[in-house]
Design a protein. Structure first.
Lengths: 324, 506
């Protein structure tokens, strides 16, 4: 009862809002629009998609619903959208897996460039290199020095094979010319738990889930892998500042439509999504949930995709991961 | 101690606020219904309702979503016991003795005992969260990969003789379960195993699909082929619905053991209610003086896993709320709900957001009491459900099963997998293989493998790592003892009659 009432209320506000606008892409949407998230609910990509979907419903009218199609590192959901009718009613909110997977999988069920029309680069979260305070390591320079002195001394936990934290760790090994044993876990949570329990002295994970542990002093942040420092963690340097030029390895969230989606619909979606992301209140909320809001239009996203696919493929090759 | 009571008082003032109380009630009600309906899972329900919580206050949102989680456990055992449909993985093992009890006309008694087990298990879980959350969370850190691996080994050894009948067949089924669990992407290398090119298999089989297929569908196939109905609802008086004093006396020690196992399991990373219930059942059977009664309607076989499930479900919240580290997918969703409201779960949550932490704990008390009042009067209604003619009851249940399996991942493939497992399960039943150990292997196998490889990776290949650490050495020791005892017992039994070689071919 309560639920239906609330739903109707939500719908009603959406309708009222759409009455004022209209005319952007005549008649769109006249039925529910699916935003497919190729990961499980409540992960970063899902949270971003749900915030965007709620505000798209409000601003464009109609209902934008999030559908989770997890599996195969995001390939199942991405393939579903890549093969969907390009009518603007099936859209994709994906993560960096879009640009990492081409290097990680020998055969993909979709073409990351040809099958999609990039809409908006929504946001990004950097990764963070963590040290267990019990290990006595306080800076990246100390880690590199000690790992050089004893190549078997260190192991690092990551959120899993082929995730950007894992690849960040491999990039560090390659750039700093050190050895560390990679110990993959199934997600950021277990990896953080492992370093908290001193299973490994070092970890590399996405920053937002690790932030509370860093702020409470349970873990030491050695460096962040974003292009700039993280607002809530001003004392942690970026890898670039530490003398590793081009060491940027973050996880982005991107909004895409199937290729050949009608241009008026693409334009309307891009325009509204950028408006949403530039709204101060929404931006602040997303920031608090661990995203740096980017709000780059189709050109910016397309460029990032074409640049990053070869970048990650190259790194995957260098670090000796065999594609599946 | 004092801080806990003061916090709890504060929590009650939050949880009894009419607005929060309403959402808590709604949560447990939805949860309870989800639990009863065959097929609908907690995870999919929470993810469907998650967007609604955007518009709610964070405390109310959390109370409702958690209510769904523990509320579902109250309904979860009903289908297992009455229909042999393990719709909720933690209650799968309850089928083993719950369904035979129903066949003996004691389904109501079994349901009554699950209520008792639920309230004792949940109460213990909540009390330990009030007084010991920060300390107990630290126990989790004592369990590294070596300890988890050794514990899983012990669980598998103890549980492989889980089912009635031939132990060799039990072991074979456990190994088969482990093999099934290998399907999917290997965590350590990222390579795919036994996926045969199916994209849908790259994340492995769905536990719900395997368990519903092996138990529910297989049982259905068996029943439709038999001439007389397997379950009779006749001769039901009110007395039959209530556990007798003797039942309660038999069940109580099992409930306490189950509660303890559940609370321990909830603290170990990656070991939730499902694993807890299997370990509790296996332990109960091992400790029992009459293990041969298990599988034929032993009340301890219902009481112990149910208590462990409820205590593990409440315990699950401890690492999640006091460390900000989700123990399983449901907990990850709850943390996601908090993050959407801009609340960072973590070690400082208790101090920075006392409303959330203590309000949640107080709502556990209130919610669990509401659930008892919701469910106890319903027991007779559920049992009467069995008097619905089989030709209506089972197709309806199967319909919900298909919806539920589909909803778990929005994947038709899983529905097909469930049906395939059903056919396979039927074959196993005909050949006298019990499917329960398959689930045991399927649930514990991946933890064993993953942590074994992690341990060896960290120790650079040395197996000594398992006996260097006291907790893991203890579990390894118990495992050895278990095997030796088993072999010894078998040899002693085999001695008196001098065996003729041909006997081996029996």
């Amino acid at each position: 009862m309560m639920l239906t009432r609330r739903l109707t209320l939500l719908g009603a506000t959406g309708l009222a809002a759409s009455a004022g606008r209209g005319a952007q892409a005549a008649g769109y949407p006249d039925r529910p629009v699916k935003l497919i998230v190729p990961f499980a609910p409540a992960g970063p990509t899902d949270i971003m998609a749900r915030v965007i979907a709620a505000h798209l419903s409000e601003r464009m009218g109609g209902s934008f619903i999030v559908e989770n199609r997890p599996g195969a590192g995001g390939n199942i959901g991405a393939a579903a959208v890549g093969k969907a009718d390009p009518d603007g009613y099936t859209l994709l909110v994906h993560s960096s897996a879009l640009v990492v997977n081409p290097g990680l999988y020998r055969k993909l069920p979709y073409d990351p460039i040809k099958d999609f029309a990039p809409l908006v680069e929504l946001g990004t979260s950097p990764n963070v290199f963590l040290a267990d305070p019990k290990s006595g390591i306080k800076t990246m320079a100390e880690l590199v020095a000690r790992a050089k002195a004893d190549p078997t001394a260190f192991s690092y936990a990551s959120a899993g094979i082929g995730t950007t934290p894992h690849l960040s760790g491999e990039l560090l090994k390659y750039e700093a010319k050190i050895q560390m044993t990679h110990v993959p876990f199934a997600g950021a949570g277990p990896a953080i738990q492992a370093i908290l329990g001193s299973v490994t002295p070092i970890a590399c994970v996405s920053l937002p889930p690790a932030l509370p542990q860093i702020l409470s002093g349970a873990l030491t942040a050695l460096a962040v892998t974003g292009a700039t420092r993280w607002a809530e963690l001003p004392e942690a340097p970026t890898m670039i500042e530490l003398g590793y030029p081009d060491f940027v390895a973050d996880t982005f969230q991107a909004f895409l439509a199937p290729a050949k989606t009608p241009q008026p619909i693409v334009d309307a979606l891009v325009k509204t999504t950028l408006e949403i992301l530039n709204d101060k209140a929404i931006r602040a909320l997303l920031q608090k949930s661990g995203f740096e809001v980017l709000a780059n239009g189709p050109a910016g996203l397309a460029k990032r995709i074409t640049v990053e696919i070869p970048k990650w493929r190259d790194l995957i090759e260098k670090s000796g991961i065999t594609p599946v | 101690m004092d801080a806990g009571l003061v916090g709890l008082m504060h929590g009650f003032s939050i949880a009894l606020d009419p607005h929060n109380l309403m959402w808590c009630f709604l949560g447990v009600l939805i949860g309870n219904m989800v639990g009863v309906l065959p097929g609908m899972g907690v995870l999919s329900t929470i993810s469907i309702l998650l967007p609604l919580t955007f518009a709610m206050k964070p405390v109310a949102a959390l109370l409702m979503l958690s209510g769904i989680y523990y509320g579902a456990q109250y309904g979860g055992a009903i289908c297992s016991i009455l229909l042999n449909l393990p719709c909720h993985p933690p209650h799968a093992v309850t089928c083993l003795d719950g369904f035979p009890m129903t066949r003996q006309g004691r389904g109501g008694v079994a349901l009554g005992i699950t209520m008792l087990a639920a309230i004792i298990g949940a109460a213990f879980g909540i009390i330990q969260m009030i007084f010991m959350a920060p300390y107990i969370a630290n126990i989790a850190f004592k369990f590294g990969p070596q300890e988890i691996c050794a514990l899983m080994l012990l669980g598998l050894l103890a549980g492989s003789t889980l089912a009635k009948g031939s132990p060799i067949k039990g072991v074979a089924m456990t190994l088969f379960g482990i093999l099934l669990s290998l399907v999917g992407t290997d965590v350590n290398t990222g390579s795919e195993r036994f996926t045969f090119g199916f994209l849908e298999l790259s994340d492995g089989m769905e536990l719900v699909a395997v368990s519903l297929g092996l138990f529910g569908i297989a049982e259905f196939l068996k029943s439709v082929n038999s001439l007389s109905p397997t379950v009779k609802a006749a001769k039901l008086s009110y007395r039959d619905l209530r556990p007798s004093g003797r039942d309660v006396r038999q069940a109580l020690p099992a409930i306490f053991r189950g509660t303890f196992i559940g609370s321990l399991c909830s603290l170990i990373p990656g070991t939730g209610p499902t694993i807890a219930s299997f370990i509790a059942y296996a332990t109960e059977k091992k400790l029992s003086k009459t293990p041969e009664r298990f599988g034929h309607g032993a009340i301890e076989g219902v009481a112990s896993p149910e208590a462990s499930t409820h205590s593990a479900v409440q315990g699950d919240f401890i690492p999640t709320m006091s460390l900000g580290i989700p123990g399983d997918a449901v907990m990850a969703l709850l943390l996601g709900a908090l993050m959407i409201h801009g609340i960072q779960p973590g070690p400082r949550l208790i101090v920075e957001q006392p409303d959330i932490f203590w309000g949640l704990i107080a709502s556990f008390w209130i919610g669990n009491i509401m659930l008892v009042f919701l469910n106890v009067p319903m027991i007779s209604v559920w049992v009467k459900l069995l008097s619905v003619p089989y030709r209506f009851l089972y197709p309806t249940a199967l319909f919900f099963v298909c919806i539920g399996v589909f909803a778990a991942r929005n994947e038709m493939f899983d529905v097909a997998a469930t049906l395939a497992f059903g056919a396979f399960g039927y074959l196993l039943l005909q050949l006298g293989f019990e499917p329960a150990p398959i689930l045991l292997g399927f649930v514990l196998g991946p933890r064993l493998e993953e942590n074994f490889r992690r341990s060896v990776l960290l120790s650079r290949g040395s197996l000594e790592t398992f006996i260097d650490r006291p907790i893991s050495a203890f579990f390894v020791g118990l495992s050895v003892l278990l095997v030796v005892a088993q072999v010894y017992a078998a040899l002693r039994k085999a001695k008196p009659p001098v065996r003729v070689p041909e006997a081996a071919f029996d």
